[in-house]
Write a protein that binds this ligand. Structure first.
Ligand SMILES: Nc1ncnc2c1ncn2[C@@H]1O[C@H](COP(=O)(O)OP(=O)(O)OP(=O)(O)O)[C@@H](O)[C@H]1O
Length: 695
């Protein structure tokens, strides 16, 4: 940050910012003392409630009223304490850096501007008092991100408020001390941003509240559109924006939206760890995250013993790019394939059924009656759940007639009878039959323990499940975030639409498709979600230096990306005859030893190369970590991984390792790998004639 100060910025020796900081520090300390006192009192209260209960519980009224009242009071006190505890945590965070910006805004018709200090959270001396610091998500804080000096407006609950920004300030405060402050009306934002991006003090993704850009702010604060789709260049801040958007939505709808109501579909657990600290840093609790693949495997567990995972499929593709196989795999995720599936499912309505008369203790439903119930009364229920509705109807009539309740064993016996009217309810068998009928290879006929479902069949089979059995909709999820949208197929979006009816933020980059062919989900998302969708493009890339971004864009001929002007070392390309030589060269260039950088990565194409590189490097550099599909932590040091697991992550230095073959998939891999580098990129290739890669 030193060079920032060296820039001839407007700097005041003892400005209002520093004075205000002294005042705020005092007030924050005082507030923390107050909260500590309240916490102590609350704790005493809880203890005395416990003592009272144990002393008196034998004498409490027999109906439990007093006991209930006691429990309620205890519950309330515990909650109050919990709230105070969270509040104290926020205050403690604020004491380190209470504010980072200030806008002086003169409302239309007023003479004097008002000063609004902006920080990570609201702070006022007493509840109901005018805040001394405004949360970055408060309506007035929008002025800070959206305008320079001059005419401006913001939307408050009372309506749009117009006026003029007379001055705007930026501050950096660490450990309660002012590091720098300056007036930022002279387009200084880029310098701060450059300093932020050029720094390498953070290991995980950092929060960007101090430097949110105008176009990013518009996405973060958008509450109008139900489905927001963000197509953004590599490093344009999609993930950061999505997380800040979540923090914003939580702040604005506290009553209805809790962090447990938000779900992120993330590519893998390492990525989840990599982003996990952002929301707590922004004063919010963490949200749920899940990999859609894991969810799908769980959903199919009762029909298949195991499923192949996506990464195996990529490895297979890398090893022997059988074009026919790849084409078939894609087709299985397409709209045309679903149309075929629909035709088959229609045929099943007849084909699967074998209606019979059911008689139970003198009560009878004829074959025709059952058929009528099945095809008319309950026609809207999915086929394989429908007979259960007929059964319930049968039991209901019987119980009403005989004025009794059937015991469990009798119900089970009847259940068996009714289910026998299906030829089979085994999804594996039905899906396999469908494959055969469409001219594809059926799944192997084997016992449950031997059923291993290829990845290409996971989602088609899940689709079958949801079409044939009733779906339980995800009601607790009120906002869904889908990161890396380009890695989800048409079919997956159809299933997601079935499962989630809530607002969504969908983000990704078609240029980072993990396949030979670029997938642009925007070609089909509007058709799936209709008018609810709003598409936003983010074309400015922030992560890489100009040298790295230009190099990466050339690999796959990505056009139209605006690069943030930050320069660094040129990309180093070299060819080697063995992997070992490459790794030695990487070690030579590694700057973690000198503490210049915090993170570096050796990114390979295949798992085999990654395993070899890891074994080799960990002997020479102890702080080497391996990320495989089961890893769940992102850490400081040298990471070794494959390109497909490095998605979404970033490192100060990247060493890309690949063969010289130039297939479309390898180009994609190269692009993903190169765009992971913040400051330095080394791209190493194996000579073509090199047979023994390692020695
Ligand atoms: N407004 C900003 N201020 C400071 N840093 C920013 C800003 N926007 C983005 N960045 C930085 O740019 C880098 C890339 O951000 P992020 O990972 O969110 O991008 P992305 O679009 O999700 O990238 P990718 O698709 O390549 O994984 C991060 O280091 C992030 O902190």
């Amino acid at each position: 940050m030193i060079f920032l100060i060296e820039l001839k910025l407007w700097r005041t020796s003892m400005s209002q910012g520093t004075e205000f900081l002294t005042l705020i520090n005092e007030k924050l300390k005082h507030k923390i003392q107050e909260v500590n006192h309240a916490l102590l009192e609350g704790q005493k209260e809880i203890e005395s409630m416990h003592t009272y209960y144990w002393d008196n519980y034998t004498e409490m009224d027999q109906y439990g009223y007093e006991n209930f009242d006691n429990q309620q009071a205890l519950f309330q006190q515990v909650n109050a304490n919990q709230e105070q505890f969270i509040y104290r945590q926020r205050l403690e965070k604020m004491i380190d850096s209470p504010f980072f910006g200030r806008v002086d805004f003169c409302y239309e018709g007023e003479e004097e501007p008002e000063q609004f200090y902006i920080g990570i959270g609201n702070f006022s001396e007493k509840t109901g008092h005018v805040p001394l610091i405004y949360d970055w998500r408060a309506p007035v804080s929008g002025l800070f991100y959206d305008y320079d000096k001059g005419a401006a407006c913001y939307t408050a609950p009372a309506g749009v408020l117009h006026g003029e920004i007379t001055s705007k300030w930026q501050y950096k405060i660490r450990r309660g001390k002012m590091v720098y402050e300056f007036e930022s009306d002279v387009k200084i934002d880029d310098d701060i941003l450059k300093a932020e991006l050029g720094s390498n003090g953070d290991v995980q993704l950092k929060n960007i509240v101090r430097t949110i850009q105008k176009e990013q702010n518009a996405i973060i604060r958008n509450t109008k559109d139900k489905i927001m789709v963000i197509q953004g260049a590599a490093g344009s801040g999609k993930t950061s924006v999505a997380l800040h958007r979540i923090a914003y939505l939580l702040y604005h709808d506290r009553e209805h939206l809790k962090s447990s109501n938000i779900l992120v579909l993330s590519p893998n657990s390492v990525f989840s760890d990599y982003i996990s600290h952002i929301l707590p840093e922004l004063g919010e609790e963490n949200i749920q995250e899940m990999s859609f693949d894991l969810y799908a495997y769980k959903e199919l567990k009762s029909f298949v013993y195991d499923c192949e995972d996506r990464y195996h499929q990529i490895e297979r593709e890398l090893a022997f790019a059988d074009k026919k196989q790849i084409k078939r795999m894609r087709w299985k995720q397409s709209k045309e394939f679903l149309d075929e599936a629909e035709a088959f499912l229609l045929e099943l309505e007849d084909e699967l059924m074998n209606f019979r008369t059911v008689e139970y203790k003198g009560f009878e439903k004829t074959e025709q009656e059952i058929l009528n119930l099945f095809y008319f009364k309950f026609q809207d229920i999915p086929l394989l759940s429908r007979m259960e509705a007929v059964l319930e109807y049968f039991i209901d009539e019987y119980e009403t007639l005989k004025d009794c309740t059937l015991p469990e064993e009798e119900r089970d016996m009847l259940y068996g009878k009714f289910m026998k009217m299906y030829e089979t309810k085994d999804l594996y068998v039905l899906y396999s039959r469908f494959l055969k009928r469409t001219g594809l290879k059926a799944l192997p006929h084997c016992s449950y323990e031997k059923r291993l479902l290829p990845y290409e069949d996971v989602y088609p089979m899940l689709y079958f499940k949801y079409r044939l059995f009733s779906v339980t909709q995800q009601k607790t999820i009120k906002h869904l975030v889908i990161d890396e949208m380009q890695d989800y197929s048409y079919l997956q979006y159809i299933i997601l639409k079935e499962l989630f009816h809530c607002p969504m933020t969908i983000l990704g980059d078609k240029a980072q498709t993990m396949e030979a062919e670029v997938q642009d989900v925007l070609e089909f998302l509007p058709e799936i979600y209709g008018k609810q969708i709003r598409v936003i493009y983010m074309n400015k890339s922030y992560r890489n230096t100009v040298e790295i971004a230009s190099y990466a864009n050339e690999i796959t001929d990505v056009q139209g990306v605006e690069l943030f002007e930050r320069h660094g070392k040129p990309v180093e390309e070299k060819t080697f005859s063995t992997l070992t030589e490459m790794l030695e060269e990487a070690l030579k260039n590694l700057k973690l030893q000198e503490n210049e950088y915090e993170t570096a990565a050796v990114i390979t194409t295949t798992e085999e190369e990654a395993v070899f590189a890891y074994q080799y490097l960990k002997e020479k550099f102890p702080q080497t970590f391996y990320i495989d599909k089961d890893s769940s932590v992102f850490q400081k040091g040298l990471t070794v991984t494959t390109f497909y697991l490095a998605k979404g992550l970033e490192f100060d230095q990247v060493f890309g390792i690949s063969e010289k073959r130039n297939t479309p998939l390898l180009k994609q891999a190269g692009y993903i790998c190169a765009t992971r580098a913040l400051h330095e990129l080394y791209m190493y290739q194996l000579e073509e004639e090199s047979h023994d890669k390692r020695a």
